[in-house]
Design a protein around this ligand. Structure first.
Ligand code: SF4
Length: 74
């Protein structure tokens, strides 16, 4: 799979988050450079726009992303 379209400006991929998870390099490989459709940040970006993505959200926090999307659309 191709790289995520957000890869150049993404704070997670570019290590610009306050706290990076210990698994960051694995997440980058599994999400950013592979299955980006499963990324929590990417799903909010697609559904609502960049400005809705919380700064501290990690790619694996899909449940949180779904809650944010649901709330914004209700
Ligand atoms: S997959 Fe998620 S974390 Fe990775 S670059 Fe795309 S939006 Fe950022």
């Amino acid at each position: 799979m191709a790289d995520c379209e957000c890869i150049n400006g993404c704070p997670f991929f570019n290590d610009r988050m306050d706290k990076m998870p210990a698994m960051a390099s694995v997440y980058k490989k599994n999400y950013c450079q592979s299955d980006f459709n499963s990324c929590a940040r990417y799903s909010i970006f697609k559904a609502l726009g960049k400005e809705f993505v919380p700064v501290d959200l990690f790619p694996n926090e899909k449940e949180m992303a779904e809650m944010i999307i649901k709330k914004a659309k209700s």
